[in-house]
Design a protein around this ligand. Structure first.
Ligand code: SF4
Length: 441
């Protein structure tokens, strides 16, 4: 194994209809064209600024991370790959000893690291390297200076955004039970709000300002910018999801006594208003105070969105499954921009977390959970959409066939949540269509 600083997993996974909400959600199994969960490191390492993500994987894994996060080459990166090489694979070297050596070197050189994530990959799973035991072992050596956690980003187990879910879930699991905390219980007695899901700092700051204007002070965001400021989660915690792909994290948070606040996701003016409204109702915020807090940002969002409606109204859009953001995005594009949804492909549909989003979709929206890429490409061809949202692996072939595409990965890297980002979100979908019009003119 050597210290160095993506791929599209193809799993054989057939199709039947399942009733979900008022929509027929078709389940499909077949070849998938999605990124693996390692991709989450790209936005997680930017957010948690004292953490380091050590992928235990192959050169392919290293190339994925390096190229996807290529903008970091001028800074000390907070991610790297411990390459599993031939000696590890053939059993000539003890992979655990090699891993301990690599971690020792890394932590000796990088005193700024406070949390180290050992991130599993397809190769580490194939050689059955037990990273949870490795994390326990390394914790005895480096904790309390450095907390060592582990999760899997492997393409065998995870897709794209599930990497974030696995990472946050590992953090929640590591939090002490409230009864073991030394702090005064007064800190935990007041009902508090925990916003869950990685948000860009600028979005977090805007949301925090609106919560403050609503009179709410006891609000925490998870993950935070500093891994040492872990949230306290107990029965007084009401949590609100900011991202739709956090099923395991949500379950772990609930295991610690917290309650989920049901809401749509904060995309677009309407989604964001409903998201804040759910909080206002839960915390008994006066209607006048709530309206005062959101009127100006909501108006800014509505004005910004209106600029793009002329490009998107009545245009047909087709979603290939990738990020799990597809249903909230489809709701925003149909509800606020007048787009026609030809098909909404989603890797997984969490019926509970997405219940309110599903209710806001137009009746008879075609939702496909899972993927059989060949069948889906045929349906895309029949639908002849104006815009296709898909992963990088499909974008170029589709462009070559004359389709206009939008990379779904861009929707995860770009700040799109909240009122002040609603116009940017609409612009992301308008830009390829405007460009195509200009080229044709
Ligand atoms: S984890 Fe698996 S799918 Fe992801 S880059 Fe590594 S080998 Fe490829």
């Amino acid at each position: 194994m050597s210290a160095v600083i993506s791929i599209h997993p193809e799993h054989e996974l057939d199709g039947h209809l399942v009733k979900g909400s008022d929509h027929q959600i078709r389940q499909e199994r077949g070849q998938r064209e999605v990124f693996c969960g390692l991709t989450g490191i790209i936005w997680l390492h930017r957010k948690i600024q004292d953490a380091f993500f050590l992928v235990v994987g192959s050169r392919t894994c290293a190339h994925l991370i390096q190229s996807a996060a290529g903008v970091m080459i001028f800074a000390e990166p907070r991610f790297g790959t411990a390459i599993i090489d031939d000696r590890d694979l053939s059993g000539l070297a003890d992979a655990n000893e090699e891993l301990d050596r690599v971690v020792g070197q890394l932590l000796k050189r990088r005193k700024d690291i406070k949390t180290l994530f050992l991130v599993g990959s397809c190769p580490s799973e194939v050689i059955k390297l037990d990273l949870s035991r490795a994390a326990q072992r390394l914790n005895t050596q480096f904790n309390p200076h450095v907390k060592v956690l582990n999760y899997s980003g492997s393409g065998i187990e995870t897709t794209f955004t599930q990497g974030e879910d696995a990472c946050l879930s590992s953090i929640v699991e590591s939090l002490p039970q409230i009864g073991h905390l030394k702090e005064s219980t007064s800190k935990t007695n007041a009902k508090k709000l925990l916003v869950v899901g990685t948000l860009a700092d600028v979005v977090e700051d805007q949301m925090q300002r609106i919560f403050k204007d609503m009179g709410l002070e006891n609000v925490e965001f998870f993950p935070g910018r500093n891994s040492q400021n872990s949230p306290t989660i107990d029965q007084n915690t009401v949590y609100l999801l900011a991202q739709p792909f956090l099923a395991d994290t949500a379950k772990r948070i609930e295991d610690k006594g917290a309650t989920r606040l049901a809401a749509p996701f904060p995309l677009g003016a309407k989604g964001t208003e409903a998201w804040f409204k759910a909080v206002a109702q839960e915390f008994n915020i006066n209607e006048t105070v709530f309206e005062r807090a959101i009127t100006a940002p909501r108006q800014r969002a509505q004005i910004a969105i209106a600029k793009y409606k002329k490009f998107l109204d009545q245009k047909k859009i087709f979603f290939f499954p990738d990020s799990q953001l597809e249903i909230p995005l489809a709701r925003f594009l149909s509800q606020e921009l007048g787009m026609t949804l030809t098909e909404v492909g989603v890797p997984y549909v969490h019926r509970q977390h997405l219940a309110q989003e599903l209710e806001m979709l137009p009746k008879n929206t075609v939702i496909v959970e899972g993927q059989h890429v060949d069948l889906q490409l045929d349906r895309c061809e029949n639908a002849q959409p104006d815009l296709v949202v898909c992963g990088l692996g499909l974008a170029n072939p589709l462009e070559a066939k004359g389709y206009t595409t939008k990379w779904s990965i861009e929707l995860v890297f770009t700040p799109i949540q909240g009122f002040d980002q609603a116009g940017d979100l609409a612009e992301l979908f308008s830009r390829p269509l405007i460009r195509k019009e200009k080229i044709a003119a």
